[in-house]
Design a protein around this ligand. Structure first.
Ligand SMILES: Cc1cc2nc3c(=O)[nH]c(=O)nc-3n(C[C@H](O)[C@H](O)[C@H](O)COP(=O)(O)OP(=O)(O)OC[C@H]3O[C@@H](n4cnc5c(N)ncnc54)[C@H](O)[C@@H]3O)c2cc1C
Length: 238
């Protein structure tokens, strides 16, 4: 079946960080799509219809009336969006697709491993679970260079307070030694991830972002931790 393509207006833009912007794309009237949290949309500008790029939804399936995507300044499309996209601009949007979806079963523990902009779909995972009051446990293990690189810090901290089954854990890889940050430092490694696995059989691992990051995480989960492939979901951005 042909994928539905719709022109949408940028209703709002939010600078999350100096190099990272969220676009809120307003659905036109009578647009009522079926989609699930964790999917991605594909967008293009009206003046360059052949140049299409995918973006994971950072909003969730309970958010109706708009899509949100959160984009880092990188490459042609990433730079155009972060530096130039403004309220009132129009983008063509191809309907959400993808299988990088949260398994919201009560006994499951979703361990979501992210670096940099790869955290975008996990906001959707945590938002939906919190609003629905689900028992599914979700832990986001997030690697950033410094504390100023944490995307959605305020929202993740608020979700943590609201939802006893959600945890947001950050590790910083390039902080100055005298920085007052009291949280973890260093890269994500098997020992750190292991601290969060209480029942291996019920753990589902997620990794999303640039290929190198996803490949490293896959190696960590499948080889270093010895988890079966069926318990891991990945989304490679290229
Ligand atoms: C399913 C999916 C979901 C995605 N979700 C997100 C998301 O939520 N947020 C997000 O920010 N991105 C996301 N992406 C990535 C996004 O689609 C774009 O690829 C990204 O914004 C870069 O834009 P571009 O492809 O036009 O870059 P391009 O211009 O094609 O460049 C691609 C890469 O090559 C590098 N590059 C380009 N030119 C040179 C050069 N001359 N020398 C060295 N390096 C160069 C760029 O820095 C960039 O890293 C997702 C991708 C996929 C497939």
């Amino acid at each position: 079946m042909a994928k539905k393509i719709v022109e949408m207006e940028i209703e709002e833009t939010i600078m999350e960080l100096p190099d990272t912007k969220t676009l809120r794309l307003k659905w036109p009237e009578d647009y009522d799509p079926q989609f699930v949290t964790g999917q991605f949309i594909t967008v293009y500008w009206p003046d360059t219809p052949k140049y299409k790029r995918a973006y994971s939804l950072s909003s969730c399936a309970l958010d109706r009336g708009f899509y949100e995507v959160t984009v880092k300044r990188d490459g042609k499309m990433g730079t155009r969006i972060v530096d130039w996209a403004k309220q009132g601009d129009k983008l063509f949007v191809i309907q959400p697709v993808g299988k990088f979806n949260p398994v919201y079963e009560p006994q499951k523990h979703l361990i979501c491993i992210a670096g940099g902009s790869g955290v975008t779909p996990f906001r959707g995972f945590a938002r939906e679970a919190t609003r629905r009051g689900l028992e599914t446990k979700i832990t986001v293990l997030y690697s950033v260079r410094t504390t100023t690189d944490i995307i959605f810090n305020d929202e993740f901290r608020a979700l943590e307070k609201e939802n006893p089954n959600f945890q947001f854990k950050v590790t910083c890889t390039r902080l100055a030694e005298d920085d007052p940050w009291s949280g973890r430092r260093g890269r994500i490694n098997a020992d750190w991830v292991k601290e969060f696995i209480s029942d291996p059989a019920e753990s589902v691992f997620y990794a999303c972002g640039p290929n190198a990051l996803v490949d490293n995480t896959e190696k960590l989960v499948l080889e270093d931790l010895g988890m079966p492939k069926e318990q891991m979901k990945t989304e490679k951005w290229g």
